[in-house]
Design a protein around this ligand. Structure first.
Ligand SMILES: O=c1[nH]c(=O)c2[nH]c(=O)[nH]c2[nH]1
Length: 295
């Protein structure tokens, strides 16, 4: 008889919105999130014997996320994720691990007539702030914070040459190219023993996110990049130095290619090398450069 060697289940794509209304100033602040909850524990019999008595319904998980959002702060997402994850392992004796992913969508306050508007917002790009908080019974809470979907491009200040050449190589050395990527950058915090430790760390979460975002964008802009690999590593080093409480930083960067278009066939038009102005953006295939840097 085959046995279950790994099992988890939960609710994905739980969409939640919370508004904070400041009665004094009349200003409202909004948070929109997409949450995923995955539970592990003594649940094998639900798979092997149709024993639903061990199944906390995924519908109940959705309800729990709504109730937790009402009863607790939803910011920073690290704290909210840790609260929800801890709830599941503490509430159900047979659940030993809960992984909660919180993806925060951007609602940026509108400026109207030069003033921040009290209750109107716009979606500022597809970037999200994401958190994976995992509570494991007896083993504390692990948290990975991340920036995802931050699309950037530089029109010069990037090169790629002197790479390995063999009979499969057609790419020429390039000393001036376009560099574009969609940043996925994560940082793992040292393990928290319990929810109180996460609460004490609250001011650090926003600071780390701001530092990682600034370092990523500043380095992308300022560095003359010899490769995605090296630029990514320089970002990792700076984030590790800026946030002492993290154990590791990881990046996953697609290299979104922009191809030169040879127009010499049309009346000798010059559009390559230093004359390149019109390019063909490629949707696929793309390079994919990943790295994790630890202490
Ligand atoms: O920055 C780069 N890294 C690579 O590994 C690579 N490979 C490639 O074809 N172009 C690039 N660019």
């Amino acid at each position: 008889m085959a046995s279950v060697s790994a099992a988890q289940y939960g609710k994905d794509n739980i969409r939640v919105y919370k508004v904070h209304k400041d009665e004094k100033t009349g200003f409202q602040t909004v948070v929109e999130m997409t949450v995923c909850v995955l539970l592990k524990g003594d649940i094998e019999t639900s798979y092997t014997e149709a024993d639903n008595s061990v199944v906390v319904a995924t519908d109940s998980m959705k309800n729990t996320v709504y109730i937790m959002a009402k009863q607790h702060p939803v910011t920073p997402p690290e704290l909210f994720g840790a609260i929800v994850a801890t709830h599941f392992v503490e509430t159900y004796k047979h659940i030993h691990s809960a992984e909660v992913k919180v993806k925060v969508h951007r609602w940026t306050r509108l400026t109207v007539d030069g003033m921040p508007h009290p209750h109107s917002f716009f979606r500022d790009g597809s970037e999200t702030r994401t958190v994976e908080a995992t509570a494991i019974e007896g083993n504390g809470i692990s948290i990975r914070s991340a920036i995802a979907g931050l699309l950037v491009l530089k029109s010069t200040g990037s090169a790629f040459h002197s790479f390995y050449r063999d009979e499969y190589t057609t790419l020429p050395d390039v000393y001036d190219r376009i560099l574009s990527t969609e940043v996925d950058c994560g940082w793992k915090w040292n393990i928290f023993s319990n929810i109180n430790e996460v609460e004490s760390a609250v001011p650090k979460f926003d600071n780390a996110w701001e530092a990682a975002r600034k370092i990523t964008l500043d380095t992308f802009a300022k560095e003359v990049s010899p490769s995605v690999q090296n630029t990514l590593y320089k970002m990792c080093q700076q984030i590790m130095a800026a946030v002492p409480e993290i154990a590791a930083v990881d990046y996953s960067l697609p290299n979104k290619h922009y191809f030169e278009i040879d127009m010499s066939w049309h009346k000798g038009l010059k559009n390559t090398g230093k004359d390149a102005e019109v390019y063909a953006p490629q949707s696929d295939p793309n390079g994919l450069i990943q790295c994790t840097v630890s202490r």
